[in-house]
Each structure stands twice: as C-alpha cells, then as structure tokens.
Design a protein around this ligand. Structure first.
Ligand code: HEC
Ligand code: HEC
Ligand code: HEC
Ligand code: HEC
Ligand code: HEC
Length: 175
C-alpha cells in the first residue's frame, strides 16, 4: 500500500468508528427511554412537531389550564376536531380521532410526566414566575413523540429552587 492508500484506509476506519459510536449511542438512548417508560406509546400518535413548530400553535391553545391551575390539562377531542373535521381526514390516526369524537369517548393519553401523590406541584406558580416550559419539558416542538427529559426527583426540583432563590423548606412541596 502507498501512503495515500494507508491514509484513505485510516480515514475510512475513523469515519466508520465515528458513525458506529453515534449509532450505538442512539440505539442505547432509544432503549433506555422505552425501558424506563420515558416515552410511552399513545392511543393516537400526536406529533407536537407539526402542531407547535409548523402551525405555531401556542402551548396554552391546547393545555388551557397551564397558567391558571395546578394542572396543564389535555385538550378535549372537540378542539382537535375544529381542524380535523376537514384536515387530513383520510389518515389512519385522524380516523381514530374521528371515531373517538363520534362515539363521544375521551382519549386516554398515557402520562409522560407524573409526580407521586405526596408531592405538591403547581404549574400556575412556575408559569407566572416566568419559568419556561422548556426548562422542565425540553424542546417539545422538536419531538415527534413526547419523551420525558427530567428525572422529576426531589434533587431536580431543589437544585433549580436553589439557583432561582425559590423556597426550599420541606413544607413547600410536602404539605
Ligand atoms: C389548528 C388546526 C389543528 C388543530 C387544532 C389540530 N391539528 Fe392535528 N394537524 C393539523 C395539520 C395542518 C396537520 C398536518 C396535516 C398534513 O400533514 O397535511 C395535522 C396533523 C395531525 C396528525 C398527523 C396525521 C398524519 O398521520 O400525518 C395527527 C395524528 C393529528 N394532527 C392529531 C391531532 C390531535 C389529536 C389534535 C388535538 C389534540 C389536533 N391534531 C389538533 C392541524 C390541526
Ligand atoms: C394542538 C394541541 C397541542 C399543542 C399546541 C401542544 N400540545 Fe402538548 N400535548 C397535546 C396532546 C394531545 C398531548 C397528549 C399526547 C402526547 O403525550 O403526545 C400532549 C402532551 C404533552 C406533554 C406530556 C404530558 C404528560 O403526559 O405528562 C407535555 C409535557 C406537553 N404536551 C407540552 C407541550 C408544550 C410545552 C407545548 C408548547 C410548546 C405543547 N405541549 C403544545 C396537545 C398539544
Ligand atoms: C417547573 C417545571 C415545569 C414547568 C415550567 C412546566 N411544567 Fe408541565 N409538568 C411539570 C411536572 C413536574 C409535571 C407532572 C405534574 C404532576 O404529576 O402533578 C408536569 C406535567 C405536565 C403535563 C401533563 C399533566 C398535567 O398537568 O396536565 C402537561 C400537559 C404539561 N406539564 C405542560 C406544560 C406546559 C405547556 C408548560 C409551559 C406553559 C409547562 N408544562 C411548564 C413540570 C413543569
Ligand atoms: C427550572 C426551575 C424549577 C424547577 C425544575 C422546579 N421549580 Fe418550583 N419554583 C421555581 C421558581 C422560580 C419558583 C418561585 C415562584 C414564585 O416566586 O412565585 C418556584 C415555586 C414553587 C412552589 C411555590 C412555592 C411557594 O411559594 O409556596 C412550589 C410548591 C414548587 N415550586 C414546587 C416544585 C416541585 C415539586 C418541583 C419538582 C417536581 C419544582 N418546583 C421544580 C422554579 C423551579
Ligand atoms: C422543591 C420541592 C421539594 C422540596 C423543597 C422538598 N422535597 Fe422532598 N420530594 C420532592 C419530590 C418531587 C419527591 C418525589 C421524587 C423523589 O422521591 O425524589 C420528594 C420525595 C421525598 C421523600 C421520599 C418519599 C418516598 O416516597 O420515597 C422524602 C422522605 C422527602 N421528599 C423529604 C423531604 C424533606 C425532609 C424536605 C425538607 C428538607 C423535602 N423533602 C423538601 C420535592 C421536594
């Protein structure tokens, strides 16, 4: 082999090793999200990508209680149907949606974020204090399928409270 070829072979090896590692990393992440239930399958494959990033719908268009209540809330089927009575009606996922609407059956979305009963949390306080959805839920607009990006452990809450000067006594979160 001439030096040119050696160099080519070495480059080729480096490049394949690089992509090999990337692939392993991706597969590893995928497996760990699924194993930990961080990205559960939903009854209808709802893409935040289209609705948030393409249509620019604000979060509270659907999660209407997020700035007024403890819970953010999931949108009623009627809200979806305001568009999907006419949009993409031939697609499988929209057919499922329409069936729920016609049979007046609410969609039972699987929870992605959920705290144990003994913890007190309220969206309203955080949203009013200007804490962005992204800080806790990541770049939802880039997620075809929602996945959980925060541990929801006590240490996670407390370290942000420390950084932002929010209360840290036990009774704040344990009533
Ligand atoms: C403001 C209008 C609007 C609302 C409200 C809306 N959607 Fe959509 N939705 C769209 C548009 C536009 C598309 C893209 C259709 C296309 O690809 O041509 C879409 C795409 C989808 C798709 C992907 C369809 C596919 O297989 O390609 C699903 C699933 C979906 N919406 C479900 C919902 C659900 C569930 C709700 C209620 C929580 C909802 N949408 C509310 C406008 C809307
Ligand atoms: C068109 C309606 C719509 C809009 C707009 C929308 N969402 Fe959603 N969101 C949904 C639906 C439907 C679900 C339940 C299905 C799922 O988890 O994908 C959901 C689920 C979620 C969840 C997971 C809830 C759980 O189960 O724990 C989070 C977090 C979330 N949305 C955040 C956001 C944020 C942040 C924005 C704005 C950047 C946003 N959403 C905009 C309809 C919407
Ligand atoms: C300080 C962190 C934080 C911020 C900021 C935040 N969330 Fe949440 N979110 C959570 C936690 C924690 C849960 C689980 C709550 C529970 O189980 O009681 C949750 C649950 C949810 C859920 C599903 C359950 C529910 O409460 O209805 C939706 C939808 C949601 N968030 C949307 C949003 C949107 C939209 C924003 C921005 C407007 C936002 N969140 C801002 C931490 C946050
Ligand atoms: C990204 C930062 C951040 C995270 C993560 C966060 N918080 Fe907060 N939290 C704040 C800020 C800032 C305030 C202060 C709001 C204000 O001044 O009204 C606050 C206030 C609160 C309050 C109201 C405090 C009072 O005055 O009574 C409660 C309760 C609370 N958080 C619970 C939680 C819980 C439980 C978690 C974890 C599941 C959590 N927070 C995660 C930033 C955060
Ligand atoms: C900012 C919110 C926040 C504050 C402040 C806070 N906690 Fe927690 N705590 C949580 C959350 C969220 C969980 C549930 C997740 C976990 O187990 O890590 C939890 C869980 C716990 C648990 C575990 C319960 C179980 O079922 O395993 C104990 C014990 C506990 N907290 C005690 C305390 C004590 C003592 C303090 C005061 C020094 C305190 N916490 C302050 C948010 C908070």
């Amino acid at each position: 082999m001439g030096t040119g070829e050696v160099r080519k072979t070495v480059t080729l090896l480096a490049v394949s090793a690089y992509f090999g590692v990337l692939l392993l990393g991706t597969v590893g992440l995928w497996i760990s999200w699924h194993r930990a239930g961080l990205s559960p399958d939903q009854p209808i494959a709802f893409p935040h990508t289209i609705h948030v990033s393409k249509l620019n719908l604000p979060c509270n268009f659907c999660h209407i209680f997020v700035d007024r209540s403890k819970h953010a809330g999931a949108p009623p089927v009627e809200k979806c149907m305001s568009c999907h009575r006419t949009i993409a009606t031939e697609r499988e996922e929209i057919r499922k949606l329409t069936r729920h609407y016609e049979e007046k059956k609410p969609i039972e979305w699987n929870r992605v974020y959920s705290l144990p009963e003994h913890v007190y949390f309220s969206h309203k306080r955080h949203v009013k204090a200007g804490v962005d959805c992204k800080n806790c839920h990541g770049q939802v607009g880039a997620m075809e399928k929602i996945r959980r990006v925060s541990s929801l452990k006590m240490g996670w809450c407390v370290s942000c409270h420390r950084a932002r000067g929010a209360p840290r006594d036990c009774a704040t979160c344990h009533k």
